[in-house]
Design a binder for this molecule. Structure first.
Ligand code: ZN
Length: 198
């Protein structure tokens, strides 16, 4: 017995979420059907508006609903430091630790030998231009401790080698295989202050 088509469609959408399999998607779908109609409309509207109202900063790559970008405001940030992150979410995690006041660069993802993610998504040209423009002295790689994070870090190190800057990587307390989101604020803060030259 198959589910009615509109319900199956909802399940298929929910299954696209990271970490959500068929069973969880079914549970979510049945749960959503219990919500009052006005709440469901608000939910759908919030999803649609999130993308519509957010802009990508052309410099750092962060998502914002304000302009100019607070992370690129050179009157408030230390421009000799630049932190490279894998996703926009990581900027907000790092800001919460209050350990870092430099600039950010969001990669469009991490390189993957398995899925074949190419270096084009790293926005390297923009990164190099900003390093030169702001006379950046140290680049901090705040990448996940995963195979993809390692491959990306080595690639970046090679790319930035000619720019004569210090490259460091968060290491302390980050177990292998961990992504930044699973690390508590205290550990992330320690990882920042204890960063190692890479
Ligand atoms: Zn920015």
């Amino acid at each position: 017995m198959h589910y009615p088509e509109p319900l199956e469609k909802l399940i298929q959408f929910l299954k696209k979420m990271p970490g959500v399999g068929r069973k969880t998607a079914e549970r979510f779908a049945f749960h959503l059907l219990l919500w009052p109609k006005n709440q469901l409309v608000e939910f759908a509207d919030a999803i649609a508006k999130a993308q519509e109202k957010l802009n990508t900063c052309q410099e750092c790559g962060c998502l914002l609903d304000t302009s100019p970008c607070p992370f690129c405001d050179i009157s408030k940030r230390q421009t000799h430091l630049l932190c490279i992150v894998g996703s926009v979410k990581d900027i907000f995690l790092i800001e919460k630790t209050r350990e870092f006041r430099g600039l950010y660069h969001v990669l469009g993802g991490l390189l993957s030998p398995i899925t074949g993610q190419s270096p084009a998504l790293l926005r390297i040209d923009i990164l190099k231009k900003r390093i030169e423009k702001y006379h950046v002295k140290e680049v901090i790689l705040a990448l996940d401790s995963t195979l993809e994070g390692d491959v990306t870090a080595h690639f970046l190190k090679k790319e930035l080698d000619s720019l004569s800057l210090l490259a460091s990587r968060l290491a302390l307390g980050l177990p292998m295989g961990s992504s930044l989101d699973y690390i508590d604020g205290g550990t992330l803060a320690r990882a920042f202050s204890g960063r190692r030259t890479f």
